[in-house]
Design a protein. Sequence first.
Length: 249
Amino acid sequence: MSSNINISVQETLDTVSIGVSDSDLEVNILVEENTDSEVNISIQDGRDGYTPIKGVDYFDGTNGNDGLSIKVNNVGQVGGNISLTTDNIPDDTDKRYVTDAQLVVISNTSGTNTGDEDAASIGAIVNAATDYTTPLDADKIGIWDTANGLLKSVTWLNIKATLKTYFDTLYTPLSDAFDVGLNFVDVETAYYKRNTDFKINTIENPNSLTVTIEVNAVAYVLGTTINTYDEVTVDVDNVGFVVLNCEEV
């Protein structure tokens, strides 16, 4: 007589017992996501005088030989314990397997601040870090975004650009700034022209002279643009020295 038995082992089962009396029997066991249980299979000899499980002789008065075909998730052997690996257990959502090393990492992950990550410890880490002499434009620095309440990063390139924009409102850039020194000795009027647009921002007047500036015979207002080759006239009321602090535009 030839028979097949198919058994599905669920997570809630810890022990599977199988009684066999038919000859030529094949038992198939499917273990589903059973990570905690162990399946042990023991096959007994046939009763004296019978060989229900593939014996050597028939009615010979001796026990038959083990011969039951056992398979657990397609892993088969004649008898004893069958060892399964994760390759033999079906994968399923939220029931996946990890290595021993990964299990250690998971076990050490609490998801809470243990108290090590405070201002003092972070400050000590930063202070002990290797000195970095010349940051690259692509390097980043952490910054707190107050608008969104988030930690973000900003590149060194953007930091430099932001600082330049700010300081340009306070100081005249060196590349665009120039001075025109006028020393009045015998005459009290000076003339000046330039081959680029520019403006006069301030006047240095150590002799406290009365200074009048016109551009193309029109009174000039400090900080306004003087066009290329416009004629600038500077009049003073006495001898002395003045410096025009100018900037190209």
